[in-house]
Design a protein around this ligand. Structure first.
Ligand SMILES: [Mg+2]
Length: 369
């Protein structure tokens, strides 16, 4: 079997970029977003007879067009020289220096970096998680949804359908202007579910620290798995205050950019559960560099979306915790849904990440301009 150290990274021969736009059947609302469509930017990097695939997403067409425009420049950067994956990553990062290391440029480089790792694993003949040093993959998976624009009966119905499919827990949205009403909805959902099935909530940054504190205190006895992004993602001090005062764990991290975002979070006292978003981290290269920083604080590491790729990345973490799956947003774009068996998210066993764009998705949703 190939050793990771013996793999020679081939010169990149082609980088193909696409945009896809999938309308949602009905618009939904979270604490800060109104969402009617999912926009995907994909990068396919070819070399040595293999092609790797990575992606980033947004909710607005102009945002994903900006990602694609910057991605076209970054594609030229990785075409320029024969480098290893990390050197390609650094070259892209350096290229973005002028425009900055947050936002569209970082999202574009994340998709290309993911494609490069997929390509490397395919060339090595190994599933990505094995290339990253993992032995026993598998992490509990929870279903996400529960939009604040839905009546609570519908949230209950969705939670029950995830429970029936074997998922370990369910995440519903809160973060409306009426925190007491949100707390009531959470109690209603909790009471409708089997006690052994977990429940967490996502505020999507909608509340002040004081409102989040009152909500958290009111629900301490409910035993939520976590309260996610209770307040402004940049307010590390406020999140740390909530994490210290509440027994219910506080989760955050999905809206932080690059390694610096996490060093700042951890320096301010951190949170109880740290969530890494692959595209905001800037790709697999920084994701796997941020993980040990978090693990050193003993906080559990989890991921934000990117379920099929997270299956590999979480498998390579020392203490992975609860992977997220939001089936309706992403599964329709890909040939295979994520591998979920008895509530456990598993990586694919074929070489690479095992991700392939569905032909039907390209036919229906590819944006050609
Ligand atoms: Mg979230």
């Amino acid at each position: 079997m190939a050793e990771a150290t013996q793999i020679e990274f081939p010169a990149v021969e082609e980088v193909r970029l696409r945009r896809l736009a999938m309308p949602l059947e009905e618009p939904i609302r979270s604490g800060i977003h109104a969402i009617d469509s999912i926009h995907l930017f994909t990068a396919e990097v070819s070399a040595g007879g293999s092609t790797g695939l990575g992606y980033a997403f947004s909710f607005r067409p102009n945002e994903i067009a900006a990602v694609a425009a910057l991605g076209a420049d970054l594609a030229k950067v990785v075409m320029e020289g024969r480098r290893g994956v990390r050197a390609h990553w650094q070259a892209m990062w350096d290229h973005l220096n002028f425009i900055g290391h947050e936002g569209a440029g970082v999202m574009a480089m994340a998709a290309i970096d993911t494609a490069l790792w997929d390509l490397l694993a395919r060339e090595a003949g190994l599933p990505l998680y094995r290339l990253l040093g993992a032995a026993e993959p598998g992490v509990d998976v929870y279903g996400a949804g529960g939009w604040i624009s839905w009546p609570v009966e519908r949230v209950v119905e969705e939670a029950r359908s995830f429970a029936a499919a074997g998922y370990r827990a369910y995440k519903m949205r809160v973060g409306s202007r009426d925190w007491r009403g949100d707390a009531e909805r959470v109690r209603t959902v909790r009471e409708a579910l089997d006690p052994g099935f977990g429940l967490m909530v996502d505020v999507n940054q909608a509340w002040s620290v004081d409102v989040a504190m009152r909500f958290g205190q009111a629900l301490e006895e409910v035993g939520l798995i976590w309260i996610e992004e209770p307040t402004d993602a940049q307010d590390h001090a406020g999140q740390a205050r909530l994490a210290r005062r509440l027994h219910t764990p506080i989760a955050a991290g999905e809206t932080l950019w690059g390694r610096r975002g996490f060093t700042e979070l951890l320096a301010a006292g951190g949170v109880d559960v740290v969530q890494l978003d692959l595209m905001r981290c800037g790709g697999i290269t920084p994701f796997m560099a941020i993980v040990p920083l978090v693990e050193a604080t003993r906080a559990p590491v989890t991921s934000h979306l990117f379920t099929p790729i997270s299956a590999h990345l979480l498998a390579a973490c020392a203490r992975p915790y609860m992977a997220e799956h939001l089936p309706s947003w992403f599964d329709p774009f890909f040939a295979q849904p994520p591998r979920i068996v008895d509530g456990t998210l598993l990586p694919t066993e074929e070489p690479g990440i095992g991700l392939e764009l569905a032909a039907s998705a390209r036919e229906r949703w590819e944006v050609r301009s």
